[in-house]
Structures are given as C-alpha cells and as structure tokens.
Design a binder for this molecule. Structure first.
Ligand SMILES: Cc1cc2nc3c(=O)[nH]c(=O)nc-3n(C[C@H](O)[C@H](O)[C@H](O)COP(=O)(O)O)c2cc1C
Length: 350
C-alpha cells in the first residue's frame, strides 16, 4: 500500500499485516463457510443513497440520543471480544476512543479488560453486553458489577444458544484464555495441549502471558460455550428474571424478525439491536431485510400488518431507528486513529 491509508479497506489490510493470523482470522471471520459474511458485505455495498439536491447542508447535526444519552453521531461501538489481541491496552483504549468521539461503547462480557478497569478509564457512556449462563449466579455477578460501575444499560445477546461454528478458528486451533471478568467465578481457559510461545508479531504488540496461543487438537471455544457457559434453554420468560436482578434498561441484541420485535415490545424491553452478529453465528439474514420488515411494521402500516401495528401501538411504543452499532474497535486500536471499520453494522431500535 502506497502512503497513508485512506479508507477502511486499507486499514483492514494493515490489520491483516500487523496481526498474527490466528487473531486476524478471529476478528474478521464468520461462521461456517462464510457465505453469510459475504452476503453481509454485498448487501451493504448494494445500499445506495437517493440524493436530493439544492438543500442547504452547510450546517449538519448528526447528534441524537440513545436511551436519553446524547451522542454526537448515531453510531455506537458494538460489543466485540478480546481487544487485547489487537492492542495491549485492549478495551480501555476503545473506551477512550468512544469518549473522544462522544459516543457509547458497549463492552463485551468477553472483554480482556475487566468491567471495573474500563469503567475507571474514562467517562464514556458505557453499556454492558452479556449472555445468560447456565450458572445464573455468574450472569447476576457480571450484571450487578456493571450496574455498580455505572454502566447505563444491559445488552443481552440472544442469538447465541450456542456459539457459531467458525471454521477458521477450528483450523487455527483457537482456544479460550482465562477472561479476567470471570476470575474467581469460573475458568474460561480451555486447552488440553501445551503452550506455545507467542509469535514475534504478538510479542511486538506487547501481548501478555495470558493470551498465548495454545497448541491443541481443535478450537475449544465452541465447546466451552456450549457445555459450560450459555444457557440454551433461555426463553422469553427469562427476561423477567433478568429484570429481577438489575434496574438497568435492557436491550435485546440479535433480533431478526418482526415477530420477535413484537415479542420484545410485549415483554417490555427498552430496545432491540437488529443484528446477525456479523455473520458469526450462522446463516442469519442480513439486516437490510429486517429493517425493511420493521419499517413496514411501524411506518407504512401495510394492511396485512394492521394487527401487528395495533399490538405495538397498544404498548404505547414506536420503534425508531436510533443508531448504528459498529464493531470497528479493533481496527481503531490497531491504527491509532478514530476511523471505523464499517463493513458490518447493527441497528439499534428503541
Ligand atoms: C471480533 C468480534 C467479536 C465479537 N464479539 C461479540 C461479543 O462478545 N458479543 C456480542 O454480542 N457480539 C459480538 N460480536 C458481534 C458484534 O457485536 C456485531 O453484532 C457484529 O460485528 C456486526 O454485525 P451485525 O451487523 O450483524 O450486528 C463480535 C464481532 C466481532 C467481529
């Protein structure tokens, strides 16, 4: 690449060159044969703008509010795991970037910095993303710590009764490190093999001991989440349980149909994030389809939608698209620049 990178694709290429393959593949990969990932990118590229001319745009204001919090642009940082694999400061640096850009960071439960470290690192408005675990005390512990540390909402990811089958991770023999958020609660380290020294690139980036690459007979991330962590029996009734352990607003992440959007309204959540998890979970539909579906639902009121619309209105609620949620943080960290990687975005409705 000649000169300074000028667009997000070039930043991604720099990331590919800078990172050990195992980490780059983890960040950029999708589930199975990556067909959905390809579709995500194509659908995104297929979006065109219908420009109107001769409108005074000398002063534009992109600021908005999400759950009452004022942000400078309708873009949030999506929860993504293990930022220290991209930068030694990990999620703390991402939180600083969020504060600098005057937007909201959603911290992943799978972060390499703790809930507390991120909270004390800056004054960005933060939400906390979580799953419901088989051991409910673990979810309760994480959520209550987040609430104590001033996180402003819980984002419950609901598209992962088990982790997507990520073929690159399997080939790379990716395994889980001990995640600091879970210390004293449960071991997240999964490895049956011996420890290999980090590659020279990993050392150069200052990776710490606890994120070594393990030699193993296959990826164990999936096994850990399926057997130990995620509660695959999770259902709508459990939203009540969630409400009983936290006073924070609850957003559901991973909604992909209008039926589920309506259910979300019925159980009283505070917002939904329309997302197919960046194609990391399986063959989920791309969000453009669901956005159209929800737009119909709330705005156009097509005749066959009458009942559905009535349901929503009866709950005195309207969904409005509130923000894009972008999982670009790794690239920000690598490049030390507030440029974001726009290839996959979620939409937040409240
Ligand atoms: C490296 C990486 C790690 C991710 N980790 C999480 C996570 O821990 N929790 C979560 O809810 N989503 C996670 N995501 C998904 C993102 O939050 C986001 O949904 C996705 O990247 C954007 O795709 P979408 O437009 O389908 O939402 C991760 C995505 C990436 C790329």
């Amino acid at each position: 690449m000649e000169g300074e990178p000028v667009n997000v694709n070039e930043f991604q290429e720099l990331a590919r060159q800078a990172l050990p393959k195992i980490y780059y593949d983890y960040y950029s990969g999708g589930a199975e044969d990556e067909y959905t990932l390809k579709q995500n990118v194509e659908a995104f590229q297929g979006i065109t703008i219908r420009p109107r001319i001769l409108v005074d745009v000398s002063r534009i204001d992109l600021s908005t509010t999400v759950l009452g919090y004022q942000i400078s642009v309708p873009i949030l940082i999506a929860p993504s795991a293990k930022h220290k694999w991209a930068h030694p400061e990990g999620e703390v640096a991402t939180a600083r970037a969020a504060a600098l850009c005057d937007t909201i960071m959603i911290l992943s439960y799978r972060s390499t910095c703790t809930i507390e470290e991120v909270a004390s690192s800056c004054n960005a408005v933060r939400f906390f993303q979580c799953y419901v675990y088989k051991r409910r005390d673990i979810s309760a512990n994480l959520l209550q710590r987040a609430e104590r540390c001033g996180y402003k909402a819980i984002v419950l990811t609901v598209d992962s009764p088990r982790l997507g089958r990520r073929e690159k991770d399997i080939k790379n023999k990716m395994v889980n490190p001990q995640l600091k958020n879970f210390e004293g609660l449960i071991s997240t380290r999964v490895s049956t093999g011996s420890v290999e020294s980090p590659s020279w690139k990993a050392q150069l980036l200052g990776f710490t001991d606890d994120i070594h690459v393990y030699v193993d007979d296959g990826s164990k991330i999936e096994a850990f989440d399926a057997n130990t962590a995620f509660d695959a029996s999770l259902s709508w009734k459990d939203i009540g349980w969630l409400r009983s352990i936290t006073n924070l607003p609850v957003l559901l992440k991973g909604v992909l149909t209008h039926e589920d959007a309506i259910k979300a309204v019925e159980v009283g959540v505070d917002g939904i994030v329309v997302s197919n998890h960046g194609a990391r979970q399986g063959k989920g539909r791309f969000y453009v389809g669901i956005v159209m579906e929800l737009a119909l639902l709330v705005d156009l009121g097509a005749p066959w939608m009458t009942d559905i619309k009535a349901t929503i209105l009866s709950h005195q609620r309207r969904f409005t698209i509130q923000a894009f949620v972008i999982s670009s943080v790794s690239w920000i960290n690598i490049c030390f620049t507030p440029v974001v990687f726009l290839a996959c975005t979620s939409l937040l409705y409240t």
